[in-house]
Design a protein around this ligand. Sequence first.
Ligand SMILES: [Zn+2]
Length: 232
Amino acid sequence: MHETTIIPCPVCGGLGLQQHDVLWPELVAAWELTPEETRRINRQQGECCTQCGANLRSRTLAGGFLECLNWPQTLRDMNDLSHTAHHRILEINAAGTLSPYLSKFRHYRLIEYPEFDMQKLELPADSYDFVIHSDTLEHVPDPVAGLRECRRVLRPSGTLVLTIPIVPTRLTRRRTNLPPAYHGNPGEKPEDQIVHTEYGADFYLDFIAAGWTKVSLFTLGTPDALAVIGTK
Ligand SMILES: [Zn+2]
């Protein structure tokens, strides 16, 4: 199947893309990625909009979020905040290039994991309409606890929108008894980038274990990046 349809960037509407590979040999080895899996992750993390810089992961997250909002235009077009003024947004770790747009919501809070423990959020229940995070869950020692907390702080019918790096050609692997592996970029502070879970095709099991009963996927027409959407 050929991917011939060019989907405009959900962040800015741009049509241009450029690829730069982001994986390095030590990470490919630790993750034990095949060449095809390596290509997939490189595209997910390194295929960037030439106009706004959003990578495929961020564009997919933005697209999923906008669909939940029923907003037919781009994230950048969302200047009329009267449309969104009532939405309460919790962003856990800056979601790539999307934060500047999300931060314009009137009821917006950004917290940083691990400084703010996602496994035990010191936030009241039923207090947000959206919880958003991008490639954070794999760094949480107990991701089921993290997902349970996301659900707790959402109001009934509230929505979790997230990305995680999923390798769909294998099953989820915990790195508990494996040598430490780090995402992020070589040379960055490694403590925050340690990976506890390498997600695979059965990623949804953690969501069900955390109490989620309604989980769906959003894509930009390619399986190389998925936004996972949970509705409380
Ligand atoms: Zn863009």
